[in-house]
Design a protein around this ligand. Structure first.
Ligand code: ZN
Ligand code: ZN
Length: 116
């Protein structure tokens, strides 16, 4: 297996691979920073802006899903309020509007034990 030659000086054997463009680069020509090893300063800058764009995109995506969740919750609450106002659902405690609903506080009729 032939070792790659540095793409910068074309003389020395490559010891690293650029994190950004994956080109082989020797230890002398490698540009190292906190993100890794690059063949050039330009690749490091490109990687940095790429990462920042990615972070921005994921942040935007995250806030978008939060907005969607809030919208869904608001919609559910609005529907519940509408259903309550329309009398489709009745809250326990006799707070429901008594339009044509049967008397909710009438005692439940129990069959008498001796009905013969
Ligand atoms: Zn080199
Ligand atoms: Zn590169």
């Amino acid at each position: 297996m032939r070792a790659s030659t540095c793409v910068v000086c074309h003389e020395k054997e490559a010891a690293h691979r650029c994190v950004q463009c994956h080109k082989p680069v020797c230890d002398d020509c490698a540009f190292k920073d906190d993100q890794g090893v690059f063949c050039s300063r330009e690749c490091s800058a490109a990687r940095r802006s790429y990462d920042q764009a990615n972070q921005r995109a994921s942040r935007a995506k995250g806030s978008r899903s939060v907005v969607v969740a809030v919208a869904v919750i608001a919609l559910v609450i609005a529907l519940l309020c509408l259903a309550y106002v329309k009398g489709w659902v009745q809250l326990p405690g006799g707070a429901a509007p008594a339009t044509n609903a049967p008397a909710a506080n009438a005692p439940a009729v129990e069959a008498p034990a001796a009905a013969e």
